[in-house]
Design a protein around this ligand. Structure first.
Ligand SMILES: *[C@@H]1O[C@H](CO)[C@@H](O)[C@H](O)[C@H]1NC(C)=O
Ligand SMILES: *[C@@H]1O[C@H](CO)[C@@H](O)[C@H](O)[C@H]1NC(C)=O
Ligand SMILES: *[C@@H]1O[C@H](CO)[C@@H](O)[C@H](O)[C@H]1NC(C)=O
Length: 216
């Protein structure tokens, strides 16, 4: 289920680990207000069922990867454990783990696919020819990064207000400065479209009660 959403960007730069000096950490925060309310989000099957959770992550991630000519990632339980351990060692606050992997975070999710699609749909704001890191598109570029082969995710229920907190780890990590042009490929169909007719970001009106969703 897709919701109209409002995107606002905020950013903070994480400290540079000497081992990862050439990596630009993804520190995008996006505030999303969704007009739809799932009656019992805590029991959402995409989050509650281990199998459905993994399958949804893989389908959605690999569907974007395929569209951007990146090979499918496999689900890696070491990465999933890392993400899960991190989420359960921290409060329901958006903060990167500082681990050795690429990491996409989102809080306020009602179901898994919509959350991954928020990351993937940042492609509408990405400049493929320039090919650079930006706080608005960092989740997307990690999602479809060609050198990444493995993904693993964790989730934690954060209550009715914050809903689900989703953390995905990617290995080898993406968003390596200087490699964006070769690692993030425009889809053939998108490249063929004149720039003006490409899909624009949905800036939806906020209807009724909103849920605040943060992406880091
Ligand atoms: C797979 O993921 C894509 C992108 O999120 C979505 O459009 C599609 O409906 C999904 N397919 C299934 C079978 O869940
Ligand atoms: C897809 O990616 C591969 C490897 O990066 C490249 O060799 C190939 O030319 C790409 N295909 C298209 C259609 O761009
Ligand atoms: C899972 O990812 C780790 C990276 O942390 C890697 O060392 C390991 O080989 C991967 N596992 C499999 C089964 O590929």
């Amino acid at each position: 289920m897709r919701s109209k959403f409002l995107l606002l960007g905020l950013t903070g730069l994480a400290s540079a680990n000497p081992n990862h000096l050439k990596h630009n950490p993804t520190t995008t925060i996006t505030v999303i207000e969704t007009p739809t309310a799932t009656p019992t989000p805590s029991s959402e099957p995409q989050f509650v069922s281990d199998t459905l959770f993994r399958d949804t992550i893989l389908n959605s991630t690999n569907s974007y990867r395929q569209e951007h000519n990146a090979t499918a990632v496999r689900y890696n339980t070491s990465l999933a454990e890392f993400a899960t351990n991190y989420l359960f060692s921290t409060a329901c606050e958006m903060k990167h783990s500082g681990g050795p992997y690429g990491e996409n975070l989102a809080i306020g999710c009602s179901e898994v696919q919509g959350c991954v699609e928020l990351w993937g749909d940042e492609r509408n704001m990405y400049n493929f020819r320039k090919g650079d890191f930006s706080k608005e598109t960092g989740h997307f570029t990690q999602l479809v990064w060609k050198d990444t082969t493995d993904v693993g995710c964790g989730r934690k229920w954060c209550g009715e207000d914050k809903r689900w907190y989703l953390a995905c780890e990617y290995w080898p990590r993406g968003n390596v400065l200087g490699e964006f042009v070769s690692m993030v490929q425009e889809t053939v169909s998108m490249a063929a479209l004149p720039r003006d007719s490409r899909p624009a970001v949905t800036m939806g009106a906020v209807i009724g009660l909103g849920v605040v969703m943060l992406l880091v």
